[in-house]
Design a protein. Structure first.
Length: 676
């Protein structure tokens, strides 16, 4: 009887249970009881400038339908969307890409709608979890807010212009959001409610602080307030950022993690750790590709200003990743990590992201950016270096960076195309006849102009260096490019401050150009005293510059002896030519020819002796210099400076081999730089 009554009562009881409505809002709108337009990011999150927090979490109901499983939404990079989707978990387990129409899994999901699986009830972000505890322990190592603000301000004004890795507007927004979150919660709270950007932000902050401390003048008042040397603290902060990244892993990949790895790579290069910098870059590349930053996003007709500039920011991050990959491949002789065939992302526009994103319509910004006589913007230099990076890919794809290239017309074409790229620069940044009207008001402009000049001629030097043994034209152009690099490096040194001495490029490009120049002059006699005098003066100035920065610059400490030997080699040739009354047959005064069959035998008498003496002279002197450089600030934890005497001697051997290469010796293949 009771069973029958219970059976009859069950439908009535079920009828009393309120129907649970499907929640379609984002988590923020659901909490705030606001009407959500279900876009990503939605209108309310965009208006509140928290677009990075616009998450459609499964715990709040059904997320808006997506065209593909686990695909990064068009206007936000955070992979919390993927984590919220169990289908994304399945895709990640199999290792499939999230790019639409790129694999069978994406196509199958579109047709069959693969069912979701249950998420694990155990969270790795629980307050008592060891990962959470370690995370907050690392965060607690951040300095007080006033110190952070001062260091970040120095980074934005004095360091950011060198690489342009972060976007100040988004960085400051994330900093304020992180402070709001930590002020409302304890340092042992669960990380479950934190967005991906918020979780990774302390790692980026640590790297920014570590980098600016590299450039901080030693003994300054700010360093004294830190209670230790800036170099020791820089090492500690950079390692703390890496630890946070390792703790978080790839669960919630986002642009912030990509930016962290780029800043870390820049920090490592300044420390003379090129191999480790390349590995940090590798992490950045893979994370960026995982976020599909290399792919063009779907065009939307009604793109809001917030969405437009957010897309611009993502394009800028990818442009930086692409620049670093191309340039490190040609500087360090490493394989490229990015295949340009896989990339169709549009370049960013040459226009600064406005503080008030509603102050200018996107179409107007695009119109200004396309003007040939456009004004300078903070991204102008990076856009040009991006174009140079594409030329690097052309050089490597064509094999023009190898010895034994059969068709020398390829080298000539790439040379002309590289030179013509400077016409695309804004007038204030053009190397030839620039508009200098803004130089006094904006000290960054002459610095970037000199850096651009160095980048152009360093690439041309790299293009012609493998062919100096078989082509008179490449020999002459390599020599002229080396002189141009040294001249632009001197101009760069004249417009920077002492706190920029730590910059990697101050020493590297000068040493590189000096080695090539001295080797060419030693192997191939030059009868033009004016050329020898100019070369001797250029290397002498570079030697003096390295002497001034060697206490602040890791590479300069080990490279000054190299440059001193290069100077002595050129000086010896100058003195020989000056004292020699008998004209020496040489090729410097001859007219360049475009024929690759034009080959002159190098004058090897004395050149082998020069190389042996160079190596012997550097053995003792620079070993002391190298030891002094690595003892400072506990950098031994990272290993020895990789750009030390053996590295440069090995590079000099490579240049020497290039200068003596002929087709008759067999077609040899070799990278422009030996990897290490």
């Amino acid at each position: 009887m009771s069973t029958v009554m219970e059976a009859q009562a069950q439908p009535q009881q079920q009828g009393l249970i309120p129907r649970k409505r499907t929640i379609t809002s984002c988590s923020n709108c659901y909490r705030r009881k606001q009407k959500c337009n279900r876009r990503r990011p939605c209108n309310n999150c965009v208006a509140r400038k928290v677009a990075h927090e616009c998450v459609y979490d499964a715990s709040f109901g059904n997320a808006p339908p997506s065209t593909s499983i686990g695909r990064i939404s068009p206007s936000t990079e955070e992979k919390s969307h993927v984590v919220a989707s169990s289908n994304g978990d399945v895709r990640d387990q199999f290792g499939y890409s999230s790019v639409s129409n790129s694999n069978a899994f994406m196509e199958a999901d579109r047709i069959f709608q693969i069912p979701e699986t249950q998420k694990s009830p155990v969270s790795c972000w629980d307050p008592g979890n060891a990962i959470t505890q370690k995370y907050w322990q690392l965060v607690s190592e951040l300095p007080p807010s006033n110190i952070i603000d001062e260091l970040v301000s120095i980074y934005i004004s004095d360091v950011h212009w060198i690489y342009g890795i972060i976007e100040p507007q988004y960085f400051y927004a994330d900093l304020q959001e992180f402070r709001r979150f930590t002020s409302k919660t304890s340092r042992s709270a669960s990380m479950e409610s934190m967005s991906a950007t918020l979780k990774y932000f302390p790692a980026v902050l640590f790297q920014v602080l570590a980098t600016v401390l590299q450039y901080l003048p030693r003994g300054c008042k700010l360093e004294q307030s830190l209670g230790t040397t800036s170099q020791r603290l820089s090492l500690r902060y950079s390692n703390a950022g890496v630890e946070i990244i390792q703790l978080l892993g790839n669960r919630d990949n986002c642009i912030t993690a990509v930016v962290h790895d780029l800043i870390r790579a820049a920090w490592l290069k300044n420390c003379g750790r090129g191999a480790q910098a390349w590995h940090a870059l590798s992490d950045s590349v893979r994370k960026a590709q995982d976020l599909n930053l290399h792919q063009q996003e779907r065009p939307l007709a009604d793109l809001l200003p917030q969405e437009f500039w957010h897309r611009e920011w993502k394009r800028r991050v990818w442009a930086n990743v692409f620049i670093w990959d191309s340039n490190m491949s040609i500087i360090l002789g490493r394989p490229r990590l990015i295949n340009s065939i896989d990339c169709n992302a549009e370049p960013p526009i040459d226009y600064d992201i406005p503080e008030d994103i509603n102050s200018i319509h996107p179409s107007m910004a695009q119109s200004f950016a396309s003007d040939r006589d456009r004004a300078y913007s903070s991204i102008s230099m990076n856009l040009f270096i991006r174009a140079l990076s594409q030329k690097i890919n052309d050089i490597r794809d064509s094999g023009a960076d190898k010895r034994g290239l059969r068709d020398y017309n390829v080298v000539q074409r790439l040379h002309s195309e590289t030179i013509s790229l400077s016409d695309t620069l804004p007038p204030v940044l053009r190397p030839d006849n620039p508009d200098r009207s803004w130089d006094l008001q904006m000290s960054v402009i002459p610095r970037q102009r000199a850096k651009i000049h160095t980048m152009i001629y360093s690439l041309l030097l790299a293009l012609h260096r493998p062919h100096i043994g078989k082509s008179l034209q490449s020999r002459q152009r390599a020599q002229e490019s080396a002189l141009n690099v040294l001249d632009s490096q001197q101009r760069f040194f004249e417009v920077i401050d002492k706190n920029h001495y730590a910059y990697f490029g101050n020493a590297f490009f000068s040493i590189d150009a000096s080695i090539v120049l001295s080797t060419i002059i030693s192997v191939y006699p030059c009868e033009d005293l004016a050329v020898l005098r100019r070369s001797m003066l250029a290397v002498q100035l570079a030697m003096g510059m390295l002497g001034m920065i060697e206490k602040e610059n890791e590479l300069a400490a080990s490279g000054i002896g190299i440059i001193r030997s290069c100077y002595q080699a050129i000086k010896d040739k100058y003195e020989e030519r000056k004292m020699d009354s008998i004209p020496v047959s040489g090729d410097w005064g001859e007219t360049a020819t475009t024929s690759t069959s034009h080959t002159e035998a190098p004058v090897t008498t004395g050149s082998s002796r020069y190389f042996s003496e160079l190596e012997a002279d550097l053995t003792w002197e620079n070993s002391i210099s190298s030891l002094a450089g690595t003892a400072e600030a506990g950098h031994g934890q990272l290993g020895e400076n990789e750009f030390d005497t053996p590295f440069w001697v090995g590079y000099q051997q490579q240049v020497f081999a290039d200068s003596n290469f002929h087709f008759g010796d067999g077609v040899a293949q070799g990278d422009m730089f030996g990897s290490f």
